[in-house]
Write a protein of this length. Structure first.
Length: 264
């Protein structure tokens, strides 16, 4: 799934970047290549470190699985150990795949179509950073998935590398990144649209449903999906927001202290 996400992001970024911008059209976003290099570099570094840590991971042994006790799971997360719904698992995959189509909807919007190269770059930055943070968290924390604690779960699945990649939920973070990115870009191009409440309602609901399905499937704990939701939503919202218009930066200092004020 991770390779699919990265490949799809690269393909979308390449194809959309071939669409020329239209002179004279206004855009809510401004690009500064130093900032773009910093964001892309951060995403690349987190993804690289995550892959390195992933390559050094080893699956649980049978002895380690037998030594794990449900009581070591917090009471807040323990409900996930009892879940094992194949229907929820497949439904969460549908939500993930569908979410990647949302940014492509801007191809059909006249006002945003002229700015497709910028939108494509912002989307690429969003997905690169979100994928990097997700992989880094999974590979460094190596939290056992809920089904590892379940006696009735398939023993072979407990000995796979995926069995220790619970934190945080990649499905939830990617759906949140996609939906919040789409909602933020829509709001920036159509600030007076009557559809904004609907768009933001869908953006907030889709990753929440995805997270619920991942818990019902026994793949993640509630804390996994909450953190995944937060990480994806922050990436999806703030990458476009950081590029919106001019920023008023004021640095002040004196005997009473110092600080920086950034107004977007």
């Amino acid at each position: 799934m991770r390779r699919t996400i990265i490949t799809l992001t690269a393909a979308v970024l390449f194809q959309l970047s071939l669409v020329p911008s239209v002179p004279g059209q206004t855009s809510p976003y401004q690009l500064k290549w130093k900032e773009e290099a910093a964001i892309l570099g951060m995403g690349g570094i987190t993804l690289g470190i995550g892959h390195h840590l992933r390559s050094n991971m080893v699956p649980f042994t049978e002895e380690e699985v037998l030594s794990l006790q449900q009581k070591s799971v917090s009471s807040f997360d323990r409900v996930a150990v009892e879940q094992n719904s194949p229907k929820a698992y497949h439904a969460s995959n549908y939500f993930l795949r569908a979410s990647f189509a949302l940014p492509l909807l801007f191809l059909s919007e006249k006002q945003a179509r002229h700015d497709i190269p910028k939108i494509a770059l912002l989307y690429g930055e969003t997905m690169l950073l979100n994928s990097g943070l997700t992989l880094l968290a999974k590979s460094s924390i190596q939290r056992p998935r809920p089904y590892v604690y379940a006696p009735e779960a398939d023993p072979a699945s407990k000995l796979s590398l995926h069995a220790r990649s619970s934190f945080f939920s990649g499905h939830t973070s990617n759906v949140a990144a996609n939906t919040f990115f789409a909602a933020k870009v829509f709001s920036d191009y159509y600030p007076d649209s009557k559809w904004k409440p609907v768009v933001w309602g869908i953006a907030a609901t889709a990753p929440a449903i995805t997270g619920y399905l991942r818990v019902r499937a026994g793949k993640h704990y509630p804390s996994d999906v909450i953190c995944g939701y937060a990480a994806g939503a922050l990436a999806g919202y703030f990458i476009p927001h950081l590029h919106k218009g001019k920023k008023n930066v004021q640095v002040y200092g004196g005997a009473g202290g110092a600080g920086v004020w950034v107004e977007f």
